[in-house]
Design a protein. Structure first.
Length: 334
């Protein structure tokens, strides 16, 4: 059986309160001899404090939750690494929860994290149009930070990319290369970042006097297979370029384009979004919009921990800027 604080107190012939004060580095008034005796017993018996029991007393467990929608998408592990590295610096542990973009699973994880008395939660939400479960958390006083996918509330702290600008500069790059018939494979259009990237695509066309043709817009789901299907549909309309709203769908577009006997970028230019590591390994390497997932994770964890510790934040919302990374999948046809 696990050694308890009561066992340590009995063996040291002191009160449980005295042991607790020594273990928590609040041993003023405890003699050096007693303190050393307690610490020696802790070491010999391998005593480990019960984080949940301690949390019930201190109201802090030094743990945070991270909820992400798709662990198979390499963008999200980069966020998780940033969150974990930042949390480690501040002495916090992270519970990682993958929802598979399922609202029911997301709600179940929220309840599980509450049962574990986490100090706060970082969300990359499934972004179903309504967010009652998130707003209930806000009202309950549990600190939360939203990442990547926006929730409409002035009470929410968040870390985001300017997805509108990302969609705009991706499309503008293709226009500058002489393309006028540019297809777009979007993410799910109930998700804020997918909507914003699409709006950026449309604005770039309008600003350059190119008509927005809805036949050249295909709604995907941020997964490779929808990139395949989307590219096949767009090729029927003889596009010369495709903006895929994430890199995974761009990979699917590669497969579809090659299955039709076309070459990238000689026949079709492609721009992706995210700049996950595989994009540098593809042949040809993918031109894409970089969003700094690791740095966004670092920032979100730092914000959350400051909220947990009652510190004031200068900003409620931190927006990162996208960056166009030009590689080999786009070509000038002007």
């Amino acid at each position: 059986m696990a050694v308890t604080i009561k066992d340590i107190a009995k063996l040291a012939n002191v009160s449980i309160t005295t042991v607790s004060r020594v273990i928590n580095n609040k041993s003023e008034g405890v003699s050096e001899e007693t303190r050393n005796r307690i610490l020696q017993l802790v070491k010999e018996l391998g005593y480990q404090p019960n984080a949940i029991a301690r949390g019930l007393v201190t109201k802090k467990t030094k743990t945070i939750g991270l909820i992400i929608p798709d662990i198979s998408n390499p963008f999200f592990p980069d966020i998780a690494r940033g969150v974990e590295d930042s949390a480690h610096i501040y002495g916090y542990n992270v519970f990682l929860c993958n929802t598979d973009d399922n609202l029911e699973k997301e709600s179940e994880y929220i309840n599980a994290l509450k049962e574990k008395y986490v100090d706060g939660i970082i969300f990359t939400s499934s972004s179903i149009p309504k967010h009652e479960h998130i707003m209930e958390l806000v009202k309950s006083g549990i600190p939360i930070v939203i990442m990547d996918r926006r929730v409409d509330s002035e009470d929410i702290y968040g870390v985001f990319l300017d997805n509108y600008e990302g969609g705009y500069i991706a499309t503008k790059h293709l226009i500058d290369l002489g393309h006028k018939k540019i297809g777009c494979i979007t993410g799910p259009l109930y998700i804020s970042n997918a909507i914003e990237r699409l709006e950026g695509y449309k604005r770039a066309l309008v600003d350059n006097e190119i008509e927005v043709d809805n036949r050249l817009i295909f709604e995907g789901d941020y997964k490779i297979n929808s990139g395949i299907i989307g590219a096949e549909k767009l090729l029927e309309h003889e596009v010369t370029a495709i903006f895929a709203s994430n890199d995974l769908m761009a990979y699917g577009a590669y497969k579809a384009i090659r299955s039709y006997g076309y070459q990238i970028p000689d026949d079709i230019s492609i721009v992706g979004f995210d700049d996950i590591q595989l994009s540098q390994i593809l042949e040809p390497q993918l031109t894409t919009i970089r969003q700094p997932a690791y740095d966004m994770g670092l920032t979100a964890a730092r914000m959350l921990i400051k909220l947990v510790e009652g510190k004031k934040l200068k900003k409620k919302i931190i927006n990162f800027r996208p960056q166009l990374i030009i590689r080999q999948s786009t070509k000038n046809i002007g």
